[in-house]
Write a protein that binds this ligand. Structure first.
Ligand code: NAD
Length: 489
């Protein structure tokens, strides 16, 4: 493994330098083995302060925000350098996030790295100025030009579940748009971010202070980004509860808060769908990365007449998926991220039973795994959509199955949630599918297995799943201000 990447201890990136944390180090743990794999730099308040100052200076005192071609070149350089280190990054991602190897070939690593190329091309091809033509407001002939500009310093706060996908979905467009950035990753996955910091410092021309990376065991260090007046925008991905705190913090200086939050998405099987195929896919998808995905469809809605069959198919699929070592290329369901997260999932399973639910399969820790924060793929039946497990995000390999009566009832149940992130619809009749996709209030929807995830496709939530969109042109424009200049003609 290259000495560039953290093998025993990682560094912060502040003002272009890789530095230790003011508060020493903290452990990073392999969730598949429960072993400490090394230490990460533990930033203190002074480090965050220095990172914000560096980002501010890089934005205010350099040409970064105006030199679109240079930024495109830097992002391409970053992509190439990350690709050159992809196997080391993969090793870290598997060891630290418990991400199955299979997923590192796609959204857990290689996909988002490649997508930096999309951001680079946007920096060069985006229409930064639009001529609105001549008008005569108040009798004064004026030529109006609309200019898009970077917002300034972006504070990015990210979770642990898809560390690279989320870090790059912020870093790529924020830099392409001309901003400077302070990235504060989750304490569970500091190395994934620190490794990127090392690559930026050693292998790119990204100027000092443009990207700063602050790892810390202290969750509240991120809160400084929300309240600091030197930060112009906070870009947050995480739980809805924390998102509310971030928004409240951002309100103190009225900075823009861009929020990607939780979900409790519905998988609707219409009565003209191939039930076995659809339910099999629904059950399989809750096991991907042990269900630790915000957009995973965790509520399976089936026609009442097909309920018993659906329960049977889902249980058979879930019991056939054995949680395994994420380093094994065949594994789809690895461990949960931490002891705390497993305890949280187990608590939800207790609540399900206490509320009258039936655990059809799973419900415990896999017998073949003595170490690691594993949990069995689990099916909960006989609960209403009002139950706690149907309303709250569990973030484990847990599927809840609920019957409905007619398409309108399916739409009603899907929408009866504080969240509105994603969803799936399976059926045959295009008119019925269209009505359902029009009725469900979420930011993305898959029909019969269609994939909405890609660099040019905006992703985000309705309702308490967030504000704004990540990725695509919409995601890029989140990081831009709008300036209108009127010349007297
Ligand atoms: P979390 O909300 O606990 O933490 C997210 C980040 O916020 C971490 O970096 C954490 O250190 C930081 N943080 C915690 N308290 C803070 C505060 N008061 N001020 C500022 N920052 C603070 O979430 P998590 O457990 O790391 O991740 C899981 C959650 O993320 C789930 O709810 C999941 O749905 C959500 N998520 C959403 C998306 C999306 O795009 N919508 C994607 C992935 C994950």
């Amino acid at each position: 493994m290259s000495s560039l990447l953290p093998t025993a201890e990682s560094r912060l990136l502040i003002g272009g330098k890789l530095v230790p944390g003011a508060d020493g180090v903290f452990d990073t743990v392999n969730p598949a083995t429960e072993e400490i794999i090394g230490q990460a730099a533990n930033a203190g308040g002074a480090d965050m302060d220095a990172a914000i100052a560096a980002a501010r200076t890089a934005f205010d005192d350099t040409d970064w925000s105006r030199d679109h071609a240079f930024r495109a070149r830097c992002l391409e350089q970053l992509r190439t350098a990350l690709q050159a280190h992809v196997d080391e990054l993969r090793e870290i991602t598997i060891a630290e996030a418990g991400a199955p190897t299979m997923l590192t070939r796609g959204p857990q690593l290689e996909g988002p790295v490649a997508d930096l190329g999309y951001c680079a091309s946007l920096a060069e091809t985006y229409n930064w100025e639009t001529d609105l033509g001549i008008a005569e407001p108040m009798g004064i002939k004026s030529r109006r030009v609309l200019r898009r500009e970077a917002i300034g310093v972006v504070g990015a706060i990210t979770p642990w579940n898809f560390p690279h996908q989320i870090n790059f979905a912020k870093l790529g467009p924020a830099l392409a748009a001309g901003n400077t950035l302070v990235l504060k990753p989750a304490p569970d996955t500091p190395w994934c971010a620190a490794a990127v910091g090392a690559v930026i410092a050693e292998h790119t021309d990204i100027p000092p202070g443009v990207v700063n990376i602050i790892t810390s065991a202290d969750h509240t260090i991120g809160a400084r980004l929300t309240v600091d007046p030197r930060v112009d925008m906070v870009s947050f991905t995480g739980s809805t509860l924390t998102g509310k705190a971030v928004m409240a913090g951002a309100a103190t200086t009225l900075k823009k808060a861009f929020l990607e939050l939780g979900g409790k998405s519905a998988f609707i099987v219409l009565d003209d769908a191939n039930l076995a195929a659809a339910v099999g896919v629904a059950a399989f998808s809750v096991c991907v990365h042990a269900g630790q995905g915000c957009a995973i469809t965790t509520r399976l809605l089936v026609p009442r007449a097909a309920y018993d069959d659906a329960v049977q198919v889902a249980a058979a699929t879930l019991s056939g998926i054995v949680p395994g070592d994420p380093a094994d290329p065949r594994t789809i369901c690895g461990p949960l991220i931490s002891q705390r997260q497993r305890a949280r999932v187990e608590r939800y399973l207790e609540i399900a039973v206490a509320e009258g639910g039936r655990i059809v399969t799973g419900g415990g820790r896999p017998a073949n795994r003595e170490r690691g924060y594993y949990i069995e793929p689990t099916l909960i039946a006989d609960v209403a959509n009002t139950s706690t497990v149907a309303r709250e995000e569990i973030f484990g390999p847990v599927l809840v199955v609920i019957p409905y009566d007619g398409d309108d009832d399916a739409i009603r149940i899907a929408n009866d949630s504080p969240y509105g992130l994603s969803g799936s619809v399976w059926g045959s009749d295009p008119d019925r599918i269209r009505r359902v996709t029009e009725g469900v209030r979420t930011g993305t929807l898959s029909v019969n297995g269609g994939i909405w995830y890609s660099a040019d496709a905006p992703f985000g939530g309705y309702k308490q799943s967030g504000i704004g969109r990540e990725m695509g042109i919409a995601g890029f424009e989140e990081y831009l201000e709008t300036k209108l200049i009127a010349y007297q003609a």
